[in-house]
Design a protein around this ligand. Structure first.
Ligand code: FAD
Ligand code: NAD
Length: 478
């Protein structure tokens, strides 16, 4: 007789493991099927985010930002250091240790919550039965009352630039080089291209990003995207827009990349090539045809606002369904689904979804951009404040960027907040909270912010919507 569970989650990334923990907290007998084998050849929980995504990339961003600060900014702060040098293998092993600690932490949480981790590949069969195939090919079947599909996403590959795992890599490969390449080409100037491009540029590589679109970061507010491009180019990232990559060829330990832009055809040789052109939902062999789970036209598992698929009792969450491919989005869906299975009335507020690009300066936003509100014909007003006028930013020696807040003129509600600058990822939190609580811009303007903090920039941006910011010259608006 097959083991019987109230909930079986397939996929143990930030969507799936969070769903499993919440389900277990609510008293549901829960199992999670996860097949990930890590760099040390061991089974691991945590999915893309913990193993090769959010966490390892941030570990390298942190190390390399400090390296850059030590080399270029300490002198200005009155600190003289001798030669600052890199120990790349140590940086990589520090990153690996963080991954090990956090993925091990999820396994501990599973134990603590009584969740069975079924190691292997899960496949949904008919009648909510789940087949598990372990590493040795042995299969077993468990019966679920409810199934949550959380199989995530994988990098999109380009047939013209095949990966070889060393010279031509995807984002995971670019987290593991143990020496600094003298030149790196990145296909795609999106979030991964900018974050990993920044890591290797800070270490000393010449970095060129080839981007197909003619607009830089089209999902970001125009004023912020413009400021970001200026800042990244000043740092030395070369960002080529409207560029069509024709192919790549590995030759004598390097890679020749051919591309076309408005000036014609080009061929350039680089030490390494990172392909970072987006990710696709991972649905390969996840559902048997008799399970009857529908995909949408883009190959994502089709779900409604509560992450219910067309099959009663089968849910799907995270990167494998519509919406931004973000860890916190998947986790919130996991909580919602677990709570709804337990009979609670949970939902996700998709309109208030924070986004961050962890470059320096950081880019962070929530809600609508100015371009969106304009095109929707909303009567809006903008308040903004530059970090150059912030006392704390000056004291830190980190004054690039601005805070911009957009309000609905009819009711003063926050429509969007857009930041570029120091600690923008952390500062974003107060705008997210404001939007979640339906606060007005006046509420933010009325809130006392500690001095001197970077958060005062948000306060001043809110004040500036009314022409009453204190630390910039602005006129009272009518
Ligand atoms: P995944 O994390 O992809 O997990 C899916 C899991 O399912 C995997 O472990 C996989 O092994 C398992 N699986 C798949 N099929 C099966 C099967 N049949 N049986 C068993 N197991 C299966 N997002 C952010 O919010 N912030 C960031 O800073 C950030 N940085 C990123 C940096 C990089 C370099 C990358 C690549 C991504 C980053 N992301 C970031 C995106 C984030 O990693 C994803 O949005 C997130 O991991 C999606 O979570 P998920 O649980 O849906 O899927
Ligand atoms: P992306 O969609 O952010 O960027 C991909 C870029 O590649 C786009 O600008 C696209 O126009 C370009 N592109 C596509 N095909 C191309 C081609 N043939 N030639 C040149 N350019 C091409 O995707 P990504 O950077 O790969 O990241 C994947 C996902 O992971 C994103 O959805 C993102 O949300 C998530 N992620 C999030 C974070 C974060 O939250 N900080 C960090 C990394 C990744």
């Amino acid at each position: 007789m097959a083991d019987v569970y109230d909930v079986v989650v397939i996929g143990g990334g930030p969507a799936g493991y969070v769903a499993a923990i919440r389900a277990a907290q609510l008293g549901l007998k829960t199992a999670c099927v996860e097949k990930w084998i890590n760099k040390q050849d061991k089974p691991a929980l945590g999915g893309t985010c913990l193993n090769v995504g959010c966490i390892p990339s941030k570990a390298l961003l942190e190390s390399t930002e400090l390296y850059e600060t030590a080399r270029h900014n300490f002198f200005d702060l009155g600190i003289n250091v001798g030669d600052v040098s890199l120990d790349v293998p140590k940086m990589i092993s520090r990153k690996d240790q963080i991954v090990k600690d956090l993925t091990g932490g999820v396994a501990m949480l599973f134990k603590h919550n009584g969740i069975d981790w079924l190691q292997g590949e899960g496949k949904l069969l008919a009648d909510k039965q789940v087949q598990v195939t372990d590493q040795k090919g042995k299969t077993s079947v468990v019966q679920a009352g409810n199934v949550i599909l959380a199989t995530g996403s994988v990098p999109i590959e380009l047939s013209a630039t095949p990966l070889d795992g060393d010279i031509v890599v995807d984002s995971a490969g670019a987290l593991d080089w143990e020496s600094v390449p003298s030149s790196v080409c990145v296909i795609g100037a999106g979030v991964i291209g900018l974050e990993l491009g920044s890591v290797w540029r800070r270490m000393g590589s010449e970095v060129v990003l080839l981007e197909a679109q003619d607009t830089f970061l089209p999902m970001v507010d125009g004023a912020v995207a413009k400021e970001a491009k200026r800042a990244f180019e000043k740092q030395g990232l070369s960002i080529l827009l409207s560029t069509r990559v024709m192919g790549s060829e590995v030759k004598k330990g390097q890679v020749v990349v051919s591309y076309h832009d408005s000036e014609g055809d080009h061929e350039r040789t680089f030490d390494k090539l990172i392909v970072a052109v987006g990710r696709r939902a991972y649905t390969d062999n996840v559902c048997a045809s008799e399970a009857d789970v529908q995909l949408d036209e883009r190959g994502l598992i089709h779900v409604n606002e509560y992450c219910e698929t067309n099959v009663p009792g089968v849910f799907a969450i995270g990167d494998v369904v519509r919406g931004p491919m973000l860890a916190h989005k998947g986790s919130e869906e996991g909580v919602m689904v677990a709570e709804r299975i337990a009979g609670e009335h949970a939902s996700v507020n998709y309109d208030v979804m924070p986004n961050v690009i962890y470059t320096h300066p950081e880019v962070a936003w929530v809600g609508k951009t100015e371009e969106q509100v304009k095109s929707e014909g909303i009567d809006y007003q903008v308040g903004s404040f530059p970090f150059a006028a912030s006392g704390r930013a000056k004291a830190k020696g980190d004054t690039t960027g601005l805070v911009k807040i957009i309000r609905d003129k009819s009711n003063d509600r926050v429509l969007g907040a857009h930041l570029i600058g120091p600690s923008a990822s952390e500062l974003l939190g107060q705008s997210v909270l404001a939007m979640e609580f339906d606060a007005t811009v006046e509420d933010i303007a009325h809130t006392i912010h500690a001095h001197p903090t970077l958060s005062e920039a948000m306060h001043e941006a809110a004040l500036s919507a009314d022409g009453r910011a204190i630390h910039i010259g602005n006129r009272k608006r009518k």
